[in-house]
Write a protein that binds this ligand. Structure first.
Ligand code: X5A
Ligand code: ZN
Length: 678
């Protein structure tokens, strides 16, 4: 069977290389590509993907984004001798040509288009193209920043032409601003371009005024260009995820793309000499995971930058593993975005408020005059290697030491965060009458009547063990939970005759088993007092009926007017539930679906799917038997072969947005990922 993930690669693209001494260009080496390939091989990821052969992009395809004069210039370099290559290179900023450059650049375009064909035609769900030279700095008539043809821009135009796509999202997570892509689509409302980039108040290359947050697009394209400037180096996992949760995802879901293209540069990863950022490889798994929820999962990643070979390769592996549907490692590090990030998030949200319904209730104005005051705030400064003038040889040593330091860090780090994947992903325990509702491939569990289980149950309430039906339902639940805790399965579900009792018991069992932090999300009415005050359990109750209780740090009540099942819920998920979840960093998740929950099936499956970014994807789902019709919709996201789809997320009711905003305000000092303003 063809795998759901395409991989496009050809080692011929390693033949483009620098032939003279140039300190700016020397980091863009052929090994970048080969090292990714080797690392994928070492992790047995290549055989798990559908391998797609590369081809040359045609002239017509290149002309979708470039002028014929410029195509002519590049074509001419094929026959040039070194001196002329050097001369042509010097006409552009940070570019080198080699006799094989034209050929490789055509292969990079063709590889990207083959990937788009595989994904849009439905041959595969998603995929990645490993290409050189990169593309996102390349402009209609200019090479720039190691880029010859703009692979991703051409791909977007190609997908529009060939498949009639009307909305394409381009996410550029490379650490540099893809100004080339921005220029090509700045007046085009059919392509939403998002880029974050090292900016440092315009001090960092390419040092353009139009890389700042207030460049929102022009003419018809106003609102369709999103720039998030990084004004500090040292940005890490929490900064990246905060920008996704509070900027990209709300806008992207409202945009409702039919295809997502990623300018996947990994110079935004730890150890990169260009980026000087701190995001660890698993961060890219999380970014990928978020994007897999758009466009019915149609996601194409195309390599751009990334100059620390180990960091680049580990991050590419994390990306591909996630595309394949493997469980995600937990995001490491302290989960709190820095002040400078909050300033950028605030500014870009303010700048885009006129164009996006999801931002319309913001009461914000840009903070540009604060930025200089904030200059001292934010991340610990990196000590720049060139603080005092160094000889070229000394420079070389410093760089080598820096590279080795990250190598060592990553070797340890990856051992710490990646744990072996259980061979069974999902198991279910439901009573006989309901097994028919489950897909035949699913592993079903029979309740195991263990002394230990009985002890927990009778310790909670002695009467419960006497009722056959209740006892079975609770032992069902514990059988599945126990397997999750023992890492025999990744996630599971159980039907319950009383979701409140089952959740309370599941929490108890976790604490007996020394599971330190449990996130319990309860949808619907809870009809007993939950004992969650020891800081080991965080309860979020999403309920329709207004409760008198007010929220505390570990017991949060989210209620709103029932009307808008998708919209309100959507902003609650990205703007509240996930930020709290990422701040808490649970070891295990209990998701209970009780009575009177007012959410639609799409909402529930989206929540289940996105929650798999937390707790190593370990989720126990409890469904009250009255809600048994939701069984199928719960199983699909758990087994991972389904993408919930919403359609565009229309404007939410002001009162409901206000409820979420107030809660965010109340709890953002406790759960720092909730912050989206300074
Ligand atoms: C694709 C890419 C970076 C160019 C940096 C020039 N280009 N200083 O990462
Ligand atoms: Zn870059």
């Amino acid at each position: 069977m063809a795998s759901r993930t395409a991989l496009v690669y050809d080692d011929e693209m390693t033949s483009h290389q620098l032939l003279w001494n140039d300190p700016v260009c020397q980091i863009e080496v052929p090994e970048r590509l080969f090292s990714c390939w080797e690392w994928l091989q070492g992790n047995n990821l290549i055989e798990r993907c559908t391998s797609v052969p590369v081809r040359e992009g045609t002239e017509d395809e290149i002309l979708l984004a470039h002028s014929s004069d410029y195509l002519g210039v590049v074509k001419n370099t094929e026959k040039m001798i070194k001196e002329d290559l050097q001369k042509t290179s010097a006409e552009y900023d940070a570019v080198y040509f080699h006799p094989m450059t034209y050929r490789c650049a055509k292969l990079a375009v063709g590889a990207t288009l083959e990937l788009v064909d595989a994904v849009v035609s439905g041959k595969t769900l998603n995929g990645m193209a490993l290409v050189r030279p990169p593309g996102h700095h390349s402009q209609r008539s200019a090479a720039n920043g190691f880029c010859i043809f703009n692979n991703v821009a051409i791909a977007a135009k190609y997908a529009q032409r060939k498949y009639g796509l009307q909305r394409i999202l381009i996410v550029d997570w490379d650490v540099h601003h893809g100004q080339g892509t921005q220029y090509i689509f700045s007046e085009d409302p059919s392509v939403l371009y998002f880029s974050w980039h090292r900016f440092e108040h315009q001090q960092f290359w390419p040092s353009l005024r139009e890389s700042d947050y207030d460049a929102v697009g022009q003419g018809m394209g106003r609102g369709f260009n999103i720039n998030v400037p990084w004004n500090k180096t040292g940005m890490g996992n929490s900064d990246y995820v905060a920008v996704f949760l509070h900027v990209l995802l709300p806008l992207a879901f409202e945009f409702d793309p039919e295809l997502v293209l990623v300018s996947a540069g990994y110079d935004s990863g730890i150890g990169d000499p260009e980026g000087q950022m701190c995001a660890t490889p698993e961060c890219f798994a999380h970014l990928t995971h978020f994007l897999m929820h758009l466009a019915k999962g149609k996601l194409c990643l195309v390599l751009e930058g990334g100059y620390h070979l180990r960091s680049l390769s580990e991050s590419v592996c994390m990306t591909v593993k996630t595309l394949l549907g493997d469980p995600l490692p937990c995001l490491s590090g302290e989960m709190a975005p820095c002040l400078s990030t909050l300033e950028s998030i605030h500014n870009v949200r303010a700048a885009h408020k006129p164009y996006w319904k999801c931002l319309m209730y913001e009461d914000t104005t840009p903070l540009q005059d604060l930025s200089t005051n904030l200059d001292q705030a934010g991340k610990a400064e990196f000590t720049p290697a060139d603080a005092q003038p160094l000889t070229p040889e000394a420079c070389e040593t410093v760089n080598r030491d820096e590279i080795a330091k990250t190598d060592k860090f990553l070797e340890r780090h990856m051992k710490e965060i990646v744990f072996p994947t259980p061979s069974v992903r999902t198991a279910a325990a439901v009573d006989e009458s309901n097994t028919l509702l489950l897909p035949p491939s699913l592993q079903t569990e029979k309740a195991v009547d263990r002394k230990e289980f009985r002890r927990v149950i009778s310790g909670f309430d002695a009467k419960l063990v006497e009722e056959e039906k209740v006892l079975t339902s609770l032992t069902n639940m514990m059988t599945v939970l126990d397997k999750i805790i023992r890492k025999e399965i990744i996630n599971g579900l159980a039907l319950s005759c009383a979701a409140s009792v089952s959740s309370a018991m599941a929490i108890k069992y976790c604490s007996n088993q020394k599971v330190q932090k449990v996130l319990c999300i309860f949808l619907g009415d809870i009809d007993l007092e939950m004992d969650v005050d020891d800081g080991k359990v965080l309860l979020i109750n999403v309920c329709a009926k207004p409760s008198q209780q007010s929220s505390t740090k570990y017991k949060i009540f989210l209620q709103w007017k029932e009307d808008t099942e998708t919209t309100t819920f959507f902003s609650a998920v990205t703007g509240f539930i996930l930020p709290v979840g990422y701040s808490f960093q649970p070891e295990l998740i209990i998701l209970a679906i009780g009575q009177n929950q007012s959410l639609g099936k799409n909402g529930i499956s989206l929540l289940i799917s996105l929650l798999q970014g937390l707790a190593h994807s370990q989720i126990l789902t409890l469904i009250q038997d009255t809600e048994v019709n939701l069984l199928k919709d719960v199983v699909k996201p758990l087994t991972g072969d389904f993408v919930p789809y919403f359609g565009t997320t229309a404007p939410a009711l002001k009162e409901n947005e206000q409820i979420i905003a107030d809660l965010r305000q109340q709890l953002q000092q406790e759960w720092k990922m909730l912050q989206c303003s300074v």
